[in-house]
Ligand binder design. Structure first.
Ligand code: ZN
Length: 127
């Protein structure tokens, strides 16, 4: 009888709390698609995660285009962006809303508009 136990490591990633939706520049390929993530490596036994290898996990800035990742601590600009987001309660102020790439912007007022006085019905004109 031959019993083989397989041990390994599996990593779970999630978006970093407080940096949801944050996009920053990748230092490898230059695309503004990198985001702050949290990595949780787990020790696996027979492909089942059993022991977390890190209690708090690792905070990284990862790029989905080139799969480049670097520690968040090395990206002072990203940490600053996160602080700004937290100070503004998750909302970016209007004057700072234009992204550096000049991409499409969405109006911050998108939502239900207050309805004022009822509009007068258009008058039919008979020639
Ligand atoms: Zn990249």
């Amino acid at each position: 009888m031959c019993v083989i136990f397989t041990c390994g490591e599996q990593e779970f990633t999630s978006e970093l709390e407080g940096a949801e939706g944050l996009r920053c520049q990748c230092r490898n390929c230059g695309n503004w698609s990198a985001s702050a993530i949290k990595r949780h490596p787990w020790f696996t036994f027979c492909f089942i995660p059993v022991i977390p290898l890190s209690i708090h996990g690792y905070e990284d800035v990862a790029c989905p285009i080139c799969n480049f990742a670097q520690p968040l601590a090395h990206r002072g600009d990203v940490i600053q962006q996160m602080r700004m987001m937290q100070q503004n309660g998750g909302a970016v102020p209007l004057q700072n809303q234009a992204p550096p790439t000049g991409g499409p912007t969405q109006p911050a007022w998108a939502g239900p508009q207050p309805t004022g006085a009822p509009k007068p019905a258009p008058q039919m004109q008979y020639g």
